[in-house]
Design a protein around this ligand. Structure first.
Ligand code: AMP
Ligand code: AMP
Length: 346
């Protein structure tokens, strides 16, 4: 039975479902009533299942499981279903299970990336010992960078930290550079790492502050915020592409060493490029990221591997199809999602 590609109606669902359709796989989307209307507009979606609440997804498992459903997770799974429901889902899903635990815990993620020799902004544990400014304070549970703040001096840092109360936080050195998100795909079937596309996020208001003349900036003193509102495409200087590949390969290799089942499928390194043309990695996301929505019809980098338009969504479906044809589907599917804090953003 071919896998029934199933996802939740949000985030990058259209791309995932279109990809399944283009690869000849059946597909279904589960969406809340009201949001289901969007998905009924597109004839490539075989089935739209409307539910009253996202949590009702749990009750559909038996019906979907009997039809060979494979879940393709995206950034909304934890955001909309909640950790408890995610943990109880028994349907197989595409991707590694253990990797989510490493990704969701900031300390584990740092350990993993450091083991892979990935350059990252310094984490500054003791506010009193900071000798490098500016710093960025990331409050725990801040969604989409909306609870972050900058400090350019000890006085400013202490004043702002005092306002946090009991809220936990992490302090990082603030990297001034161009943000670039690299969309990788680790193929188990072809045993290779592909860079399919890249984007940069458009964040409000930080990406707009540069439009103010300096005098207005000085007068208004705008506090930057990092709320993502969209994504735009970017291609990288070709001389930096090999390093982007090497970073991805190192991350995959250390996942193999650190985690039982490693890392495969789509993942993204979120980088900031500094004026000396070096990457600083601020985060890894171990699934399809929303920036790939720019490339439903293919991307310049994907075109270097494939002679037809290849989005990340379609690449996932291609992998599922090849695995099914080779009788190896089990190798690339995992059991229930772990309960512990998985990232919900990208
Ligand atoms: P994150 O929640 O880690 O994905 O970060 C959200 C946004 O905050 C990023 O897209 C960047 O624009 C910004 N950001 C995060 N960490 C840093 C950093 N260390 N230096 C500069 N900007 C950062
Ligand atoms: P939405 O489908 O817009 O309600 O978004 C669902 C989840 O995905 C939320 O947690 C968003 O923060 C995240 N998300 C949606 N679009 C993007 C994007 N372009 N970049 C990063 N995260 C996103």
């Amino acid at each position: 039975m071919p896998p029934l590609v199933t996802t939740l109606g949000s985030h990058s669902a259209l791309q995932i479902l279109k990809g399944a359709h283009d690869e000849g796989l059946p597909c279904a989307v589960v969406a809340t009533r009201g949001r289901d209307a969007l998905y009924r507009r597109y004839p490539f979606i075989d089935e739209v299942i409307a539910v009253d609440r996202y949590a009702d997804f749990e009750g559909l498992q038996e019906q979907l499981g009997a039809r060979g459903s494979v879940i393709v997770p995206h950034g909304s799974f934890v955001a909309y279903l909640g950790e408890a429901v995610n943990a109880r889902i028994r349907l197989p899903y595409y991707g590694s299970r253990e990797v989510l635990r490493w990704e969701g815990d900031r300390a584990l993620q740092r350990r993993w990336l450091e083991a892979a020799d990935i350059p990252m902004p310094r984490e500054l544990e003791d506010p009193a010992a900071i000798d490098e400014w500016p710093v960025l304070v990331k409050t725990d549970g801040a969604a989409g960078g909306s609870g972050y703040f900058l400090a350019n001096s000890r006085e400013s840092l202490e004043r702002q930290l005092a306002g946090l109360g009991d809220l936990g936080y992490t302090i990082q050195s603030y990297v001034v550079g161009v943000t670039l998100y690299v969309h990788y795909f680790q193929s188990a079937m072809r045993d290779r790492l592909e860079i399919l596309s890249m984007d940069r996020r458009y964040e409000t208001n930080v990406d707009a502050i540069g439009r103010l003349p300096m005098a207005a900036q000085a007068e208004l003193e705008p506090q930057p915020s990092y709320v993502v509102v969209g994504n735009s495409p970017l291609v990288l200087r070709e001389s930096m592409l090999e390093e982007a590949y090497r970073m991805g390969e190192r991350v995959v290799a250390s996942a193999r060493e650190l985690m039982g089942d490693g890392l495969w499928g789509p993942f993204c390194l979120e980088t900031i490029i500094t004026p000396d043309m070096r990457f600083q990695v601020i985060e890894i996301s171990c699934r399809i990221v929303a920036g790939t929505n720019l490339f439903v019809d293919g991307a310049p980098y994907a075109a270097l591997f494939f002679d037809e338009p290849m989005s990340t969504g379609r690449r996932i479906a291609r992998e599922l199809r090849e695995a099914e044809e080779a009788g190896r589907l089990d190798e690339i599917l995992s059991g229930p999602l772990p309960a512990a804090g998985t990232d919900t953003q990208t």
